[in-house]
Design a protein around this ligand. Structure first.
Ligand code: NAD
Length: 305
């Protein structure tokens, strides 16, 4: 197994002052990357700013002999994000890796959720990642190299009571990844999704105390490093927690082709067992693979060529 290194690679890690982002920044720097340690220094609810945490991480990296600069851009502000990218290029010459990690929580049941709290969470997680990725996209295409990770969550992929805003934002990133993995492929840009579960200030009140030792952020970072390595996969959803790693996949069942009287709500209900049957399920490389599959099934059912 050859050792994965990031020498001559430049990485931006958002929300890297504490928690997972800090562990990722330290992990990248320890293996040779120059790192932009971005952090607004906000509270878990997104309120407040402080440059202290990002500076402290930069201090740790430099003390260990690495290269890093601190950046206080708010990822929801495209101008600040552009200034961060400009500063990274001015300092290190280029950017190869983007780890979209910054995040906040504003948990409430949907009945009690204000639209402002919904919007704010979408703004940080989805638009924050969009702003950072957009600011780097052409740069990566021109350089024919890019490794991008979006940080999602089981709350979105699997659901979690009280997190409609967060779950929606986190799963919106899945659509972004699916499309950008296709658009970036020719330019050697690989786009993946990390789905962590870790003991950080974000989860300190949510996780059972006896699990906190196992769920340290450093147990996630090896997975992140694999997703941004030279030989990284693309369009992978990598679950990570407590040193365990698993892939989440989306499959479509074989399904049924209905026609005549069966092409009705009653026919769909009656066909539900076959519609849901996992036998023969398959991954869809793209949206029109689904369309082609349905056209083929419908034609076969009707005896058409
Ligand atoms: P954290 O609260 O410890 O760190 C989040 C960081 O993001 C903070 O340093 C904060 O200042 C920064 N941030 C917030 N808003 C920002 C903004 N607008 N611009 C720049 N920086 C901003 O949280 P964490 O647990 O380390 O989470 C990191 C990422 O992982 C988040 O996207 C989170 O949603 C995701 N995640 C975490 C868990 C978990 O179990 N901890 C689970 C699933 C997903």
């Amino acid at each position: 197994m050859s050792r994965i290194r990031f020498d001559n690679r430049v990485a931006i890690v958002t929300g890297a002052g504490v928690g997972l982002g800090r562990a990722h920044a330290l992990g990248l720097a320890a293996r040779g990357a120059s790192v932009v340690v971005n952090d607004l220094g906000a509270g878990t609810d997104g309120i407040g700013t402080s440059s202290e945490a990002a500076r402290a991480v930069v201090g740790e990296i430099r003390e260990a002999g690495g290269r890093a600069i601190a950046d206080g851009a708010d990822v929801t502000d495209p101008e600040q994000v552009q200034a961060m990218v400009d500063a990274a290029v001015a300092e290190f010459g280029h950017v190869d890796i983007l780890v979209n990690n910054a995040g906040i929580l504003r948990d409430k049941t949907f009945a009690k959720m204000t639209l402002d709290d919904f919007r704010k969470v979408v703004d940080v997680h989805l638009m924050g990642a969009v702003n950072c990725t957009h600011a780097l996209w052409r740069h990566m295409i021109e350089r024919e190299y890019g490794r991008i990770v979006f940080t999602s969550s089981g709350s979105g992929l699997y659901g979690n009571f009280g997190q409609s805003n967060y779950g929606a934002a986190k799963t919106a990133l899945l659509g972004l990844m699916n499309v950008l993995a296709q658009e970036g492929a020719r330019a050697n840009i690989r786009v993946n999704m990390l789905v962590p579960t870790a003991a950080t200030r974000m989860t300190e009140d949510l996780l059972p105390p006896e699990t906190l030792d196992l769920l340290q952020p450093e147990t996630i970072t090896p997975g992140l490093l694999a997703l941004v390595a030279e030989d990284a996969p693309t369009r992978m959803i990598l679950g990570a927690g407590a040193g365990c790693f698993a892939e989440t996949k989306i499959y479509e069942t074989q399904g049924v082709a209905l026609q005549g009287d069966d092409l009705s709500p009653e026919g769909v209900m009656a066909g539900m067992a076959r519609i849901r049957d996992a036998q023969g399920q398959q991954e869809m490389p793209g949206a029109f693979n689904q369309t082609r599959k349905y056209v083929r099934m419908a034609a076969e059912a009707r005896g058409l060529p």
